[in-house]
Design a protein around this ligand. Sequence first.
Ligand code: HEM
Length: 410
Amino acid sequence: MSGPSSPRRPISRISRRGLLGYAGTTGLGAAAGAGLVVAAGGDSPAPAAPATQAPGETVSPWGSHQPGVAQHPPAVTEVVALDLLDGVDREALGRLMRVWTGDVEALTAGRGAPGDPAPWLSAPAADLTITVGVGPGALGTDRFGEGPPGFAEVPAMTHDRLEERWSGGDLCVTVAGRDGTTVAHAVRRMVADAEPFARLRWRQVGSWNGTDPEGRPQTGRNLFGQVDGSGNPRPGTELFDSTVWIREGRWAGATTMVLRRIRMDLDTWDELTRDEQERSVGRRLTDGAPLTGGEELDDLDLAAESQGRLVVPRDAHSRRSHPSLHGGRRIFRKGANYTREVDTPRGARVESGLLFASYQADLSDQFVPLQRSLDELDQLNEWTTAIGSAVFVVLPGFEDGSWLGESLLT
Ligand code: HEM
């Protein structure tokens, strides 16, 4: 048995960001609460933050990677996709990227975007990150050029029921932060400033409970109630870097992102016994620990048997997606829970689901085989249906004085 998370590295060797990302649901979170959560760039928490919440961060937008990818998920995530207008060429894209770079720098610092009519809606220490990606339609000779190796649309899966309204897009902006007002404002500025070049295609909003009531980082739960993210490679580790970042060629510093909107049937899920729910994944609901024993961040023992049967069933989600079944291939997952009202013949209902984001250096080599294998066999297919799908290359990071995509467009 081999897996990404075994053996775990001692806390002292994990970077601060790594710790924030992978503190787990229990245990390590307490260490983070004991002073490791750093407030940067502001004397006080964002005005909207509850008194018990730990102070937020002002996340620097500069660096070799856009910081939003590895950042521990804050409460609110809004993702928008835009379509480029006809005639927007490489030169026009350069203008848009310069405008967006200025917006990202100002909004994440809590200053309001240049020319912002409502700068008061920006706040420092809001854990705000703004991450820009480009879709297949923004590539090609007169735009961003050829995409990175393996970048392609996700092939159709038999369980997919994709809707146009949640799929595709030439550009993507992911805004994440600790409160909905700051995030909504940043999204509005990015979309409004893109108007001469691109128009909104879709918008998707979700939330995540990545901190406990004392403000300590935890893994977070999806709307099935499962702890979700335990098996991820942890930011700050070599495993994370080799999983996520493109390290060579003109796209060095970039990553690829698959965003799947996955509807979850909570009504039929709720009819299962606790045992059935836990066996569908192979982890405990209370704390996310493997059914084979240990704690949340421990790897599963896929060979373990009890009374002659596998503890983690053959079609359990964690077995089917485990790196040991995929030649060690991994992805880095981030989720945001969504709900929305839908009209049905029997009246209004609430639809629930997950905005499932997967980051990997090579989309075709890492994500696609994994998704295919889950499409073939995964207990969770009974209660989950992908209704949207989109792929983007998340641009490399930029330094102070430079701009998003500069090396690709000049
Ligand atoms: C609504 C849909 C989904 C739900 C509710 C879900 C839920 C979970 C849960 C509860 C776990 C165990 C905890 C953890 O390790 O994070 C898990 C693990 C995992 N899931 Fe999903 N998942 C979903 C979709 C997907 C998809 C679409 C993929 C990839 C195509 C995927 C890939 C993985 C991987 C790689 C692991 C870690 C396996 C390991 O290393 O132990 N999941 N998922």
